[in-house]
Design a protein around this ligand. Structure first.
Ligand code: SAM
Ligand code: SF4
Length: 333
């Protein structure tokens, strides 16, 4: 079996693919209100994305996650899911999944389930319609709730991703835990990361360490340590009262790079070997240079050979500049 091994002995088995930089929301921690999106010529076609993903799978990747921007707003995105689902059928791929804001899930959940998608990550920071509108600027919570119901009805496992935002949703953690437990959804809290310019002062105001989130939750719920892992950086606990799982992803306060198994491809064919570093490899040129995948595979090997050991996020307290200039919507988190 082929394997992609980086210089620190870590096998790269997980590829996240941002299929578009566009989105139907403008979440305050992710995008500015007026985003300039990429011209079409720079964006890989769905066929090109399938070729690149296919090359990674041939070289040893076992798990694919489509993300964005909002993956479900890309035109004809189901044709990419359809193509990739063949790799599930052939046994070359263990898991095909996506991270979505849920706005289009009511439409697509049944087809995703048919294509072999088993779980979806849905981002939702609040249960309050007004706060939801304020955080996402353009989103409607009812649409997301309809999407979640459709996902559940289609038999998809759901994990809710919640960014902990000081002064915004920090009074609601209990409600989120109760709601997710009742719905049978896993719930993962994420710290705000310093990615992309989003506006003066915003980031430091929003940042809240997950140790505080956990302390708040523990005031009302009994949290039991479990060793459940999904291959990602989240640490999970079980809520005794609901039986539900809660995960914590702490890029700012805890370094989880040792077990990193992933790389990220943007919709322009740029491969980031680490979410917190600027170094990247261009895979679009080799894809477009020839119909054979030889140059593409060579470029992938070369990129993995430079995967860095880890990242060092800091929110610069003097200048409040992002640690990395690109927005989260570029690499999809
Ligand atoms: N649009 C989809 C969604 O919202 O789920 C997929 C892409 S979105 C960039 C992926 C995840 O990144 C979401 O859960 C979002 O909350 C999170 N995110 C965006 N900007 C972030 C930031 N600056 N810090 C931490 N998480 C962020
Ligand atoms: Fe869109 Fe997701 Fe970013 Fe929100 S977090 S603006 S839904 S890409």
């Amino acid at each position: 079996m082929m394997q992609l091994i980086d210089p620190f002995g870590r096998a790269v088995t997980y590829l996240r693919v941002s299929v578009t930089d566009r989105c139907d929301f403008r979440c305050v921690y992710c995008m500015s209100e007026n985003m300039t999106f990429l011209p079409k010529a720079e964006i890989l076609s769905l066929e090109e994305l399938e070729r690149v993903a296919g090359a990674f799978v041939r070289l040893g990747v076992r798990k694919l996650r489509l993300t964005g921007g909002e993956p479900l707003v890309r035109r004809n995105i189901m044709s990419l899911f359809r193509g990739l689902s063949r790799l599930l059928e052939s046994g070359d791929l263990d898991e095909l999944t996506l991270t979505t804001n849920g706005s289009q899930l009511d439409r697509f959940a049944p087809e995703l389930a048919d294509l072999g998608v088993k779980r979806v990550n849905v981002s939702l920071d609040t249960l309050d319609p007004d706060k939801f509108a304020a955080i996402t600027r353009w989103g409607k919570i009812d649409k997301v709730m309809a999407g979640l119901a459709a996902a559940k009805a289609a038999g998809l496992g759901v994990k809710i991703n919640t960014v902990a935002l000081k002064g915004v949703n920090d009074g609601e953690f209990d409600d989120l835990v109760a709601w997710a437990g009742a719905e049978g959804f896993d719930l993962t809290f994420i710290e705000v990361m310093p990615l992309g310019e989003i506006g003066e002062g915003a980031r430091l105001d929003q940042y809240m360490p997950l140790s505080m989130v956990r302390a708040r939750i523990q005031e009302r719920w009994t949290l039991e340590e479990i060793d459940y892992r999904t291959g990602g950086p989240a640490r999970y606990v079980r809520v005794k009262e609901t039986g539900g799982r809660i995960g914590f992803i702490t890029p700012m306060t805890h370094n989880f790079c040792e077990g990193c198994n992933r790389v990220r491809l943007t919709c322009t064919g740029t491969l980031y070997m680490c979410l917190g570093q600027e170094d990247a490899a261009d895979l679009r040129t080799p894809v477009r240079a020839s119909e054979s995948d030889a140059a593409l595979e060579a470029a992938i090997h070369e990129a993995i050979a430079r995967k860095p050991k880890g990242h060092d996020f800091i929110i610069d307290r003097n200048h409040n500049l992002p640690a990395v200039g690109r927005h989260m919507s570029v690499t999809g988190g």
